[in-house]
Ligand binder design. Sequence first.
Ligand code: DGY
Length: 426
Amino acid sequence: MSVDLDQAAIDLLKRNDRGGYTVPTARLYPYQWNWDSAFCALGFASFDRNRAWQELETLFEGQWDDGMLPHIIFRRDDPDYFPGPTVWQTGTTPPTSGHSQPPVLASIVKRLLDSQESNDEEQRGHTLFPKILAWHRWYHHARDPHNLGLVATMHPWETGRDNSPEWDAAMANIDVADLGDYQRRDLAHSTQDERPRSYDYDRYLTIVKFGRECGWDSNEIAARGPLWVADPGINMILLRADRDLLMLAKQFNETTAASEIETWITNSEAGIDRLWNQQVGGFCALDLRTDKHADGLSNASMLAFYAGAGTSQQQQRMNTELRRISDSVRYLMPSWPATHTAFEARRYWRGPIWAMMNFMLAQGLQESGDTELSQRLRKDTCTLIQQSGFHEYYCPLTGDGCGGDDFSWTAAIWLAWASPAQQHST
Ligand code: DGY
């Protein structure tokens, strides 16, 4: 069974390969996405090391002069996707979207180098190093202009967790009156009740309109953008990625870079505490315009374990909450607690399980000493894929596959971590 699934995962990655880069899935997402590519590289690494590095190298072809690594590279026009390059109007070559995505890439490079098979890989990692450094620097400056030690996000698409209830209050404040007509394409490829609502799309596009009209100027975005929220996902992933980048800096003898990264880490360790919400017992999204916390714990809140963030007391409290959340679902880890009124079992980031989030969370739990929960996450991910195939996400109550199918990062996570073969080897 799993040998067949191993081969199926390899075939899927090859099928979604568009020549040096991989699409998340055909039709629904027909371009190169930032964090999707990073996870795809992990999958490729299990059978084609060269192709793994290539996935990361092609992604940096879209890097902006200021260091920003965009969330989508539009390599060719595709009528299946909206909003395409003509809506974003970033004026870049190749055409890209106008904001970034969670910076998992440094941690993936570190992982590739930890298992490297030739010196050539060390060289390729070193060539990427200054580009990743520039991207992290961009995050710490453009998204944290007041040096809070907390990076903000301008768009739910930047968080990668588009319709999480974490942004509900901030999104409700966005005035969409001037938006005009548009036509979604995603609903032609996925079921409506598993996708964000039109209400959300109106706001997504209003933010894009703002970005376009200010020429994607980061100062304008920080000062007046319709959304300015600190996401626990991006902040935890960035802190982890900075720690991994620091180890790479030391490995490559990049001493000046190492001190710069150390400063970022110290700042973030302190700044992240502002995300702590004592009422719900964890790190929550914080609307930096209103200074209000979200009122629930997402799977991204739990990435505090992965980032090594928080005091031991805070970690203990989160572990208690995590166990409480686990008790209310059949499979881990729901993107939003099933006991919260905003929970929707099948709607994208309002409940469903995501394999790559499970991968990061399990790693964090293992490192924090909770082997039992870490193993449960891995087993559940394996079971979901065995039962339902390589879906975009899964219902935490039934295990049904939801969203897009034939999904690249799910196949990659299978190959790198969730398959029985991986479970026995690591
Ligand atoms: C989409 O189009 O649904 C994406 O999540 C945007 O990145």
